[in-house]
Design a protein around this ligand. Sequence first.
Ligand code: 5GP
Length: 178
Amino acid sequence: MNQELEVLLSREKIALRVAELADDISRDYREQPPLLICVLKGAVIFMSDLMRLLKIPVEIDFMAVSSYGSATASSGVVRILKDLEQSIQGRDVLIVEDIVDTGLTLNYLRENLASRQPRSLKVVTLLDKPSRRRVSFNPDYCGFAIPDRFVVGYGLDFNEQYRYLPDICVLHNEANSG
Ligand code: 5GP
């Protein structure tokens, strides 16, 4: 099956928006620099760019989660493949995610991390597909709201492909397109 890429958000547009997000986050957290939690693997490029533009001395940690397949679609339960290396009790925590789609993953993750008693807990996502929401979920910071299209690049994959692309692209399956 042939696949075609169409640029949705150019690297220049992404860079400008990430800098704006960094300004907002630096301002909001100037009194209490947060622990950034990168959700692997998709958010790795976003977090790398974001953290270098922050004007506050953040620390970082990583989590990896995976869905339970079809069961997740209804329950929203995700499996933690890699957990944090430290306690977040009493910390100001900012989850860094690539994309919010149905909201199930972040809803679960936020509840899971909230139960560990951080002082505060917020979410920054680069992309949001609000039209796909199945549970109510509002990110505290959002780069771009995008239409209901499958996107790759800038860390986002399709079967582990395309993460390296510097732009965010819509992936068209030629077999499916008219
Ligand atoms: P949610 O639980 O919000 O439905 O799903 C979030 C996860 O689904 C994201 O972290 C990402 O892994 C995946 N996802 C949702 N939409 C897209 C998309 O358009 N492209 C890619 N590559 N992954 C997506």
